[in-house]
Design a protein around this ligand. Structure first.
Ligand SMILES: Nc1nc2c(c(=O)[nH]1)N[C@H]1C(S)=C(S)[C@@H](COP(=O)(O)O)O[C@H]1N2
Ligand SMILES: [Mo]
Length: 423
């Protein structure tokens, strides 16, 4: 068998699409260069929003070590910050899927090229490509599975997606640095082939290894193929973005997950993540008789009934819920007791960090840690009402946390216990 036997994928003659070529690959590459960079940055930023460095409960990524070098105290302003960063992260990630697939398709002959390596430098380059392609597929797959299938890797999604992101992005930077000059050259060359009004001036065949030596007759132009990829991305965009915008546009989010719990209408009629039934919340524990909020701090522990909480000063704030999965609600009017007033009750004029525990006995999100700046914000509440009505069981009755700009997962529902300063 010879190396150039066109029946073998290792032979350039095996690959016959007339679309493959440096221009096609470069256009897709430049789109990904911008897109993946935005994904990486919004991903890191959204990770910081979890307070992963605050306590083991929020995040179990072990030994993130120097990879956590950039972590910072997530602000509470603007109050829609996480809604923006995570909406962008998820929506852009989904929108880029066709571009990623087209890019991989456009270079697939390279994957089979033999010999596997002709020099050490070449071997290193091919290993970096393995990390690039593997890392890219891994990040996109885990991201989509997490959004669509509701945490298939319970608890372990964060470390997987986080470590994967660093591997992928490191390989991505190396690849971009190596290939950008070639990409720019082939894009420029293509432009020079077109006159001032876009008419074709010359049609020299494109050089480069990606071009098939024995192409089949074209059924679509390269430009047409790009329109097709762009159209697929656009379709994903318009069927996804609605979940982050919320309100009536949520209905356009055909690809949004969680058709499951229908929030119904009325004041509590907005997106529900986990229902009370799912979380195993027993109505007997949440009733006026049984439920007590246990607040612990410097001066000891106090137990408050709902009636006692209602005698404290009540405040309102308009805040959204924005989930890591990319969906958000529009602003809802929450009413309840300020977290900093509860901190003052147990001896803190200057609120410290806060550890929140729910009535829920199992499940990843039954507890969360909030940072002092989040507790101190006057809009941060232990909410008892939403939009003028008592919280529904599914939205966390009798009381839930709501904090500006925080990821939904920190807005603990069915709160049972608040521990200030214990972190
Ligand atoms: N106790 C408890 N609180 C919880 C959760 C949970 O599963 N259990 N889910 C969190 C997540 S991931 C989100 S996005 C929000 C969703 O709030 P909602 O269902 O009222 O929209 O609640 C948060 N609070
Ligand atoms: Mo969430």
């Amino acid at each position: 068998m010879r190396d150039d036997d066109p029946r073998l994928p290792s032979s350039p003659g095996f690959w016959r699409s007339p679309l493959r070529g440096p221009w096609f690959t470069s256009v897709l590459g430049v789109v990904l260069l911008v897109g993946v960079t935005v994904l990486f940055v919004t991903g890191l930023v959204s990770y910081a929003a979890y307070n992963p460095d605050l306590a083991r409960v929020n995040d179990q990524t072990p030994d993130k070590g120097i990879l956590g070098f950039y972590l910072f105290a997530w602000p509470t302003d603007p109050y829609w910050l996480y809604r923006l960063t995570q909406g962008l992260h998820v929506t852009l990630g989904i929108t880029l899927i066709p571009v990623l697939l087209a890019k991989l398709w456009s270079v697939v002959p390279r994957l089979f090229a033999l010999p596997p390596a002709c020099s050490l430098a070449h071997a290193l380059e091919r290993i970096s490509l393995l990390l690039l392609v593997g890392g890219g597929l891994f990040e996109f797959t885990t991201g989509v599975l997490n959004v669509q299938l509701d945490y298939v890797f319970p608890g372990s999604f964060y470390p997987l997606h986080f470590y994967g992101a660093w591997v992928f992005f490191a390989a991505f930077v190396a690849h971009a640095a190596l290939k950008l000059p070639t990409a720019v050259r082939s894009l420029r060359r293509r432009r020079e082939e077109h006159g001032a009004h876009g008419e074709r001036v010359s049609r020299a065949p494109e050089p480069g290894e990606l071009v098939s030596p024995r192409p089949l007759p074209p059924t679509v132009s390269r430009r047409g193929a790009l329109w097709f990829v762009g159209g697929a991305s656009l379709l994903l965009l318009v069927t996804t973005a609605g979940q982050s915008i919320g309100g009536v546009l949520r209905r356009t989010a055909l690809l949004a997950p969680h058709g499951g719990a229908d929030p119904g209408g009325g004041p509590n009629g907005f997106q529900i993540n986990k229902t009370a039934a799912y979380a195993g919340i027993d109505a007997a524990e949440t009733g006026e008789e049984a439920w007590r909020l246990v607040v612990t701090g410097r001066t000891g522990t106090v137990r408050l009934s709902r009636a006692q909480l209602l005698r404290m000063p009540l405040h309102s704030s308009a805040l959204p819920i924005a989930c890591v999965e990319g969906w958000s609600t529009q602003d809802q009017w929450w009413r309840g007791v300020r977290l900093r007033d509860l901190a003052a009750l147990v001896g803190y004029d200057d609120p410290p960090d806060l550890f929140v525990e729910s009535l829920q006995r199992r499940g990843a999100f039954r507890r969360a840690a909030l940072r002092a700046n989040q507790v101190a914000d006057p809009r941060s509440l232990l909410a008892l009402y939403v939009n003028g009505e008592e919280l529904s069981p599914d939205h966390g009755h009798p009381a839930r946390i709501i904090v500006p700009a925080a990821p939904g997962v920190l807005n603990t529902k069915w709160v049972a216990r608040l521990t200030f300063g214990a972190l």
